[in-house]
Design a protein around this ligand. Structure first.
Ligand SMILES: [Zn+2]
Length: 206
């Protein structure tokens, strides 16, 4: 069976669907392609899913997918925080017109891991929602799609996903990446490596 049909079948049959989106989706062409997220949405809209992304561009949040089912632990550049971290306040886009911290007068900066001192309160509520959701996958048929996640921040998606697939007897993972699709020893029986750029793969998906 062709890999895409096999994957479509797995998506149809799984009870829980965990998706990781990594740096391959940060390419300019991916950003311009709203249709990529639209396609993803069409594919998963009826599923019990959760999406984790290492991207900080805020595109996922604008995608129309349910924000209660996603988390961006590395932050979101369109959300603003004080560059001196004088406060844990985080502002939405446009909320502070002059982009200056109303508390200390220093410039605001993106609420991401790039900030000198990252205010983690921005993503923590959704992180908690994610860990609760994940706890509910343990004895369920769990499908994991890891899309373009390399080694920039492997502690966020790549390594934890390997652990998740290995502790759940009914889990299966597809690791799709143009250069880093290799599988570690412990998960080879429960995962398939798809050595193709995940943006290209997804563009022609269905
Ligand atoms: Zn400040």
């Amino acid at each position: 069976m062709a890999i895409k049909e096999q994957m479509l079948n797995e998506i149809k049959e799984c009870e829980k669907l965990l998706i990781g989106i990594g740096e391959e989706w940060n390419r300019d062409e991916a950003k311009k392609e709203d249709s990529l997220y639209e396609k993803l949405g069409q594919l998963i809209k009826d599923k019990d899913y959760f999406i984790v992304t290492t991207l900080t561009n805020g595109e996922l949040l604008k995608s129309g997918l349910d924000p209660k089912r996603m988390v961006a632990p590395c932050g979101n550049v369109t959300w603003r925080q004080c560059s001196k971290s004088c406060t844990k306040d985080i502002w939405e886009p446009g909320e502070i017109a002059d982009d200056i911290c109303p508390h200390c007068g220093e410039p605001l900066t993106g609420n991401t891991i790039q900030a000198e001192e990252y205010i983690e309160e921005g993503y923590l509520p959704q992180w908690n929602a994610y860990t609760r959701w994940l706890a509910g996958t343990l004895n369920k048929k769990l499908l994991i799609l890891e899309l373009g996640v390399g080694f920039q921040t492997p502690t966020v998606i790549r390594w934890p996903f390997e652990k998740t697939v290995s502790v759940n007897n009914k889990a299966f993972m597809y690791r799709i990446h143009g250069s880093f699709a290799q599988l570690s020893e412990g998960i080879r029986e429960k995962a398939e490596s798809v050595p193709v750029n995940s943006v290209n793969f997804f563009r022609d998906f269905s």
